[in-house]
Design a protein around this ligand. Structure first.
Ligand code: C2E
Ligand code: CA
Ligand code: CA
Ligand code: CA
Length: 281
């Protein structure tokens, strides 16, 4: 029993029921949101620290609830993950993101696109076929797509996940390890995975920005990635100073509010037209 909780029956806290009802309500709403067009994607630039070029964007899901307003993904993605709705949700995100990639292609402004996946997707034997049929549906080359896979999702069932990633990689899709450093992937495991990119967890980048002494982890992860021949990405970069330091560590790509916030496709098109390269490096 948690400290400071008023519990009648041992282990029972009426607030848990409220939470459960609240979660069930939200889950019901989420199912409807899928068919009601309440979900949309925003895109955040991933920018080269070498030449300031826009190489790709990460698609991030947004939910505009008719009553609650904007519900953050940290709140509804875990719900979807716990119930199996995540399969449908990821498929919807992929479908939307690839349609957008096709639009950029047709406009003569092709852009690679990164889509987030969940542990459940990696345990779905059909997932590689789902991705393939969506690529075909939109006439988008597999090399346009980057799938971001968190370290924790991989580690839930490394053998099965690795087999699936191998099949996706064989199709020509790039795999990126997200939130790296927060989990326990060993160097040996990393070497055996068909990955091309390592994203340093945001918490380490932010610690580095707040305290000069905190840059060791970021440097180590970047070095590890480089030694393995991977592209390294720092996410959640908020200060120009951090951009300069990350570049000096040999980090390849930066993503963060200091460069650009995640934005709807129309805003991104405007941002792209006005982008003049890195401010400080
Ligand atoms: P993530 O994949 O690690 O995504 C990066 C998060 O950092 C995004 O939060 C982004 O908006 C935020 N961010 C980017 N730059 C900065 C910065 O400079 N400062 C700060 N403080 N934050 C920054 P967001 O969009 O709220 O998404 C949160 C998480 O929700 C994502 O973390 C990802 O795990 C999950 N998520 C979002 N969209 C999807 C999706 O389509 N599918 C799945 N499975 N998960 C998603
Ligand atoms: Ca991500
Ligand atoms: Ca991340
Ligand atoms: Ca995260």
């Amino acid at each position: 029993v948690a400290k400071g909780r008023s519990t009648g029956v041992a282990g029972y806290d009426p607030r848990d029921d409220v939470n459960t009802i609240e979660r069930l309500a939200l889950l019901g709403d989420l199912r409807r949101a899928l068919s009601n067009d309440e979900l949309f994607l925003v895109y955040q630039p991933k920018i080269s620290l070498t030449d300031g070029a826009l190489g790709s964007v990460e698609a991030l899901l947004r939910w505009r609830h008719p009553v609650r307003g904007m519900v953050p993904p940290d709140k509804f993605i875990p719900l979807a993950e716990n119930t199996g709705l995540i399969g449908t949700l990821t498929k919807h995100v992929l479908d939307t993101a690839l349609a957008q990639a096709r639009t950029w292609m047709d406009a003569g402004l092709p852009l690679n696109i990164a889509v987030n996946t969940s542990a459940r997707n990696l345990h779905d034997e059909e997932f590689d076929r789902t991705v393939r049929s969506l690529l075909i549906k939109h006439g988008v080359s597999p090399s346009t797509l980057i799938l971001e896979v968190t370290e924790s999702a991989l580690m839930a069932d490394p053998v099965r996940a690795t087999q699936l990633l191998e099949r996706l990689h064989a199709q020509g899709i790039s795999i990126s390890i997200d939130d790296f450093g927060a989990g326990y992937t060993s160097i040996k495991q990393l070497r055996n995975l068909p990955i091309s990119e390592l994203k340093v967890d945001r918490s380490f980048v932010q610690a580095m920005e707040q305290d000069e002494g905190e840059e060791l982890i970021v440097r180590s992860v970047i070095e590890l990635g480089r030694n393995l021949g991977l592209t390294t990405v720092a996410e959640g970069v908020e200060t120009p100073d951090a951009l300069v330091r990350l570049a000096s560590f040999g980090c390849d790509i930066a993503q963060g509010y200091v460069l650009a916030r995640p934005m709807p496709a129309e805003d991104l098109d405007r941002w792209r037209a006005e982008w003049r390269g890195l401010p400080t490096v």
